[in-house]
Every structure is written in structure tokens, then in C-alpha cells.
Design a protein around this ligand. Structure first.
Ligand code: DGL
Length: 265
């Protein structure tokens, strides 16, 4: 069985890396580089991209899709869950599950503007920990910096300092990385918030969920870690390949171009 993974760009690679760590299999990674950053797109635009990507996966006989993007998981998934004939894994519940294991009730979420505005994290925490304080902070400058290959330096530090300030003021004990791009700047965040605040990367929880699901279907043998990934993007395959190799520290052999509906490079 083939597993689809998608994001607006390189962020979903933080989830892909974790999936490959815990399971083998055939993966197809799609980066919607024609539309990054998703965090600044309207719900209607995101919905359009979502269906185009689902269509892309269905043409390739993918049976399960990991929505390795918090923005899509927050804004689109709740509206379409029942309409997609594929098994879907989203980021929000996985992140909340991971956070409740470490937090004592004061959680900060760093996320894109769209995710923060959606209230998805407040709602998901509210369902299982109704008395907890949840503060979501939109971080519009981070994804463009990371997609430009910048994960350290004064500009990243300045942006992170600005975004973690309200969370520090709210005395959070835990920060959820509520965007799959942010694990690339974990060390900057850690440096700014100190060791007293726990940092949660939901990728680990998603890895457990996906591997457990495939294991229960007898679709994977846990001991077989051999895997193969096809990479696709909607714009600039070369740029994606260079950046992915830089971030993953591994060879990304071939990146293919899939033009989204009505668009050309
Ligand atoms: N990495 C995605 C997320 O988790 C999308 C970021 C963006 O394109 O703005 O939200």
C-alpha cells in the first residue's frame, strides 16, 4: 500500500522523516510549492488545493494520506473528513495527544496565521482538557524564512523572539510546534524559551498513529524498514530538491513536477 504525505513545501518532510524512522513502505510526498505559504491563503483557496492534491493521490493509487500540514488539518479537514474515500491522518489531534502527556495545563501553540485564526487547537484541547489555558500565536514570517533556507541568524531569531513573547507572558509550560515547518527552527525556539518550557513536535505522535494503523491492517511488517519515496511538487522541483537535501542531510534523488489545476510553471 502506498502512503501519500503532503504539505505546502518542505515542512511535511519533518513528518516524512519520522514516518521513515518508525516504519517502512512506499511513500509519495507532495509539496504544493506553487501555493506556499498556506498560512496566508483563504479557506476557499485551501479547499481547492486540497481536492486537487487528493485527486493527484487517487490517480496514483494511494490509500492513506498524511496531511502533514497543520493549516490544512485545521482549516479544511474538519469540513471534508467524511467526503474523502481515503484514510486521512491530520496533525491537530496528534499534536494535542502529545501535548497532554507533558503539559500541566498552560499550553502555547506556534502556528501559521490561518491555523491560529481557525481556533482548531483551542477546540481540540477544549474537548479533552476543558479547563486548560491555550494560547495560539500566528507566526507569519517563519514559513517564508524557512522556505528560503533560513533556519538561524538574526532575522529568524528576531521573528521567533516576537512570537514566543506572548507565550512567555502567558506563562505556558509547553509549546506545541503547530506547523510542520517549525521543527527546523527548534533550536532557536529552545534557545529563546529555555529548558523550563517543553517543546512538542507532533510528528512523533503521527508516526505512532500511522504505523499502528498500517500494522493493524497487516499492511506493513514492523521489522521491515525498507522504504521508497517518490517526490512531487507543484513548482520548482530543483529548488525543492536542493532545500530538502539541505534540511534532511540525505540525497533526494528525483523531484517531479505536477502542475495544479489551471496553473503552469
Ligand atoms: N507546514 C504547514 C503547516 O503545518 C504550512 C505552512 C505554510 O505554508 O504556511 O501549517
Amino acid at each position: 500500500m502506498c502512503i501519500g504525505i503532503f504539505d505546502s513545501g518542505v515542512g511535511g518532510l519533518t513528518v516524512w522523516r519520522e514516518l521513515r524512522r518508525v516504519m517502512g513502505g512506499r511513500f509519495i510526498y507532495f509539496g504544493d510549492t506553487a501555493h506556499v505559504p498556506y498560512g496566508e491563503k483563504s479557506p476557499e483557496q485551501l479547499m481547492e488545493y486540497f481536492w486537487d492534491i487528493i485527486d493527484f493521490f487517487q490517480q496514483r493509487e494511494v490509500k492513506a494520506v498524511v496531511v502533514a500540514c497543520n493549516t490544512m488539518s485545521a482549516v479544511v479537514l474538519p469540513k471534508v473528513q467524511d467526503q474523502v474515500p481515503l484514510k486521512l491522518f491530520g496533525m491537530i489531534d496528534a499534536a494535542v495527544d502529545a501535548a497532554v502527556k507533558v503539559s500541566h495545563g498552560k499550553v502555547g501553540v506556534l502556528a501559521t496565521s490561518s491555523t491560529a485564526a481557525s481556533g482548531a487547537y483551542e477546540e481540540a484541547f477544549g474537548r479533552i482538557r476543558p479547563t486548560w489555558d491555550v494560547t495560539s500565536q500566528g507566526c507569519p514570517r517563519l514559513v517564508p524564512l524557512i522556505e528560503a533556507g533560513r533556519t538561524s541568524g538574526p532575522e529568524v531569531e528576531k521573528a521567533v523572539a516576537e512570537y514566543v513573547k506572548p507565550l512567555k507572558n502567558a506563562a505556558v509550560d509547553t509549546i506545541v510546534l503547530g506547523c510542520t515547518h517549525y521543527p527546523f527552527v527548534t533550536s532557536v525556539i529552545e534557545h529563546q524559551v529555555g529548558s523550563e518550557i517543553a517543546i512538542v513536535d507532533p510528528a512523533i505522535r503521527i508516526g505512532q498513529e500511522v504505523s499502528a494503523w498500517f500494522g493493524s491492517k497487516n499492511e506493513i511488517r514492523v521489522e521491515d524498514r525498507s522504504s521508497h519515496t517518490e517526490f512531487w511538487v507543484s513548482r520548482n522541483p530543483k529548488g525543492f530538491q536542493t532545500l530538502a537535501q539541505q534540511f534532511m542531510g540525505t540525497m533526494i534523488p528525483n523531484v517531479n513536477l505536477y502542475e495544479m489545476a489551471g496553473e503552469a510553471e
